[in-house]
Design a protein around this ligand. Structure first.
Ligand SMILES: Cc1ncc(COP(=O)(O)O)c(C=O)c1O
Length: 491
């Protein structure tokens, strides 16, 4: 047992031991029924006399924190306060270096909490529906891997890109999407968020400009801001990024990277048209700027024609592609990957290795086992069926319960419906009213480099809730809009 002792202190050593144990018992770190070391053992470990330890134990025992049981040992007793970590002593100021981290404002993103607990909150946020996670099959795969690979599954694993069989499997999946990928060019990452972070850190430094769609994925925006980049936005329309507007920006802003989500974009749900994909690639070539293609949910298509991946059109290492198993399987796997050709690949592998050594070998093997037995394809088909029905349910509910001025562009896949509000209801304000009614959405302000541009928008995730909750949730949203003063002739 590690108990820090200060032998120069005026506080007697037995009291120091007693205080440390007391703190750990009251905070729950030492759980009830934990057996404390014998007095002789602890005395030897700490280099103190046995009587010192006995004194410390005696004080704790007299306060009812521990009990000695004859012939058995000394045990921690259950306390009413167990689990409550003692409050920090506010009279001791934080060290100076901590003070630079004070925040005036609460963090810009974070799950909002309902102000009313009478209603169960219906959340149109998050990613997929946990009820759809393939828990049973994945458990079988996990056990199969442990039985098959034994302790090898518990090693760090391959530092040079990840578990090779999984990278082969990913290459097969990509081939079915028209991307010719070699396993040697695939790096397994801890979610695609890590892939975004690695790529940016290798290509950009603080103060560099990054181009993004406007709106774009909120946690990418947060990442870029955190890394100190200047974020410039290019508007989108029903065919994705307005590539026509790009050239001038490339000339003026000299960006180091173009970040795009061409399929079922987060948050707008739109897909970039094929001509624009080709045009974007041509511009990247002409201006010598890499493209980061984030294909987070490209497999979740419910209707319409598939567009070629920009990476699939690239024959010269201009595009770095990222994918994830978070939306198609489950986000808690933290399993994503990047595909990059050319000398940058080795640099990305090295960057990943020095920053987090490796992604869980056990989970990589399990994922590979799960995917190769074909359950993945079946799961994907099932998810598409379920989610497309939910999309229909949400579009119908929007038609029934929201004002006519609310506009949506029905997405052909993915997870999100992007909603444009009538004038005069800023979405963060509407969110407050919506939470009061028991429904949560993501306000548009989170998705723009300049949050004010997102006030007229909100994002609804239709995949997380069953149809009956979708109906109830959109009805509540309608009520919140009414409460926020959308005039009656809008209805
Ligand atoms: C567009 C987009 N890219 C990347 C990610 C990161 O996903 P993960 O790190 O879970 O793979 C998300 C998560 O929601 C996303 O929406």
């Amino acid at each position: 047992m590690r108990i820090p002792l200060d032998r120069q202190s005026e506080i007697p050593v037995y009291e120091q031991i007693e205080k440390t144990l007391r703190k750990n018992i009251l905070s729950g770190n030492l759980a009830p029924e934990t057996r404390l070391p014998g007095t002789r053992t602890l005395a030897e470990e700490l280099g103190v006399s046995r009587i010192t330890v006995k004194n410390a134990y005696a004080w704790l025992e007299s306060d009812g924190l521990i009990a000695t049981r004859a012939g058995s040992g000394t045990y921690v007793l259950a306390q009413e306060e167990i689990g409550a970590v003692p409050k920090l002593d506010k009279t001791i100021p934080w060290p100076l270096w901590q003070q630079q981290f004070y925040r005036e404002e609460p963090p810009p993103v974070g799950p909002a909490r309902p102000q009313r607990d009478r209603l169960q909150l219906i959340q149109f946020t998050g990613v997929g529906d946990p009820d759809q996670f393939p828990l049973r099959d994945f458990t079988k795969s996990l056990l199969a891997v442990l039985r098959r690979d034994g302790v090898a599954a518990l090693e760090y694993g391959d530092f040079n890109g990840g578990h090779l069989p999984l990278r082969r499997t990913i290459a097969h999946i990509l081939a079915s999407q028209g991307i010719q990928a070699r396993p040697e060019n695939i790096l397994v990452t801890s979610g695609s968020q890590q892939a975004l972070s690695l790529i940016c850190q290798v290509l950009l430094k603080a103060g560099d400009v990054i181009l993004v769609e406007k709106p774009t994925y909120n946690f990418a925006l947060e990442l870029f801001r955190d890394l100190g980049y200047i974020v410039e936005g290019i508007p989108i329309d029903g065919n994705g990024m307005r590539v026509e507007d790009l050239e001038l920006l490339l000339q003026q802003a000299h960006p180091k990277l173009i970040y795009t989500i061409p399929n079922f974009q987060n948050p707008s749900g739109v897909c970039m048209s094929s001509p624009r994909r080709r045009q974007l690639l041509a511009l990247s070539d002409r201006y010598n700027i890499p493209i980061l293609e984030d294909d987070f949910a490209g497999d979740l298509r419910y209707d319409g024609r598939t567009q070629p991946a920009i990476k699939g059109l690239d024959n010269g290492g201009r595009v770095i592609y990222t994918g994830t198993f978070s939306k198609m399987l489950m986000p808690g796997l933290r399993m994503g990957f990047l595909l990059a050709d050319g000398p940058i690949f080795a640099r990305l592998v090295e960057h990943k290795r020095v920053h987090d050594l490796a992604t869980s070998s056990l989970l990589q093997r399990t994922l590979d086992e799960y995917v190769t037995v074909g359950r993945y394809q079946a799961h994907l088909r099932r998810s598409c069926r379920v989610y497309s029905k939910r999309r229909e349910a949400m579009l119908a509910a929007i038609g029934r319960h929201l004002p006519k001025e609310v506009t949506v562009d029905p997405p052909q896949g993915g997870l999100f419906i992007w909603l444009r509000l009538p004038e005069g209801i800023p979405s963060p304000e509407l969110l407050e009213a919506a939470l009061e009614e028991g429904v949560e959405f993501a306000p548009g302000t989170r998705f723009f480099p300049d949050p004010a541009e997102g006030e007229r928008y909100l994002r609804l995730n239709f995949a997380t809730q069953p149809p009956e909750n979708i109906e109830a949730g959109i009805r509540r949203l309608g009520k919140a809009m009414k409460y926020k003063g959308v005039s009656s002739d809008h209805w």
